[in-house]
Design a binder for this molecule. Structure first.
Ligand code: HEC
Ligand code: HEC
Ligand code: HEC
Length: 134
């Protein structure tokens, strides 16, 4: 019985810490996704991608995308580009796959899946994401 109470108390303490940490960052509204230093584009027509982050953050859970976020990281929300740096398109932890892997949390993975459920999620390479430079 005593053990149960202790566990409950520490769970409550953890929740309090998470809430405090949650106030320590700002949720960006608009982001332009940038290539990490030294990473080579796979093609010349690839332009930087504008990402309406706030739009997504009110529709989906943070962890749907920030997949390494846990109670242990206490809301650090490390940018994808800090880990996903490799320019090999076949590398799961590389830059390309973070946005294009067939399953979520990649952009294309989630959008493709949601379209099969009737969503209007854009998926065109140059119409939705890599818009040609004017
Ligand atoms: C649809 C996917 C998605 C959702 C949902 C999402 N994010 Fe993000 N978030 C991203 C991407 C992509 C970036 C850009 C990372 C990069 O530039 O490498 C980002 C960046 C951030 C950054 C800036 C990180 C930095 O150091 O530049 C913070 C903070 C953040 N998100 C917090 C949140 C919080 C809090 C939530 C939930 C309320 C959330 N995000 C929901 C995908 C998402
Ligand atoms: C702390 C480092 C780290 C951060 C931050 C991170 N990732 Fe990852 N990611 C990885 C690693 C490592 C893998 C390889 C599989 C695994 O260990 O989970 C991976 C795998 C993936 C995959 C699966 C790729 C595949 O084809 O199997 C996707 C998609 C992905 N990450 C997207 C993202 C997005 C989007 C963000 C930011 C919102 C992000 N990751 C943030 C380290 C990270
Ligand atoms: C976990 C799921 C998920 C991920 C991952 C995701 N999206 Fe989305 N995205 C959505 C949803 C849901 C919508 C709204 C679809 C609708 O209106 O039917 C959306 C819509 C959009 C729109 C259209 C916005 C508008 O004003 O209508 C853009 C642009 C977009 N996403 C870009 C991205 C980019 C770039 C990434 C990767 C960095 C990404 N998304 C990752 C779920 C996701």
């Amino acid at each position: 019985m005593f053990r149960k109470i202790l566990l409950f108390a520490s769970a409550a303490a953890m929740a309090a810490i998470t809430v405090t940490a949650a106030l320590a960052y700002e949720v960006p509204d608009q982001i332009v996704l940038t290539r990490p230093k030294g990473n080579q584009a796979l093609n010349t027509w690839i332009t930087p991608v504008k990402f309406p982050h706030g739009f997504h953050a009110i529709r989906r859970a943070c962890r749907d995308c920030h997949h390494k976020e846990s109670d242990k990281t206490l809301g650090q929300f490390v940018a994808c580009r800090q880990c996903h740096t490799d320019d090999d398109p076949n590398e799961a932890s590389g830059f390309y796959r973070a946005w294009h892997s067939p399953g979520p949390p990649s952009c294309l993975g989630c959008h493709t899946r949601m379209r099969t459920e009737g969503g209007k999620n854009p998926v065109g390479c140059t119409t939705a994401c890599h818009r040609p430079k004017k």
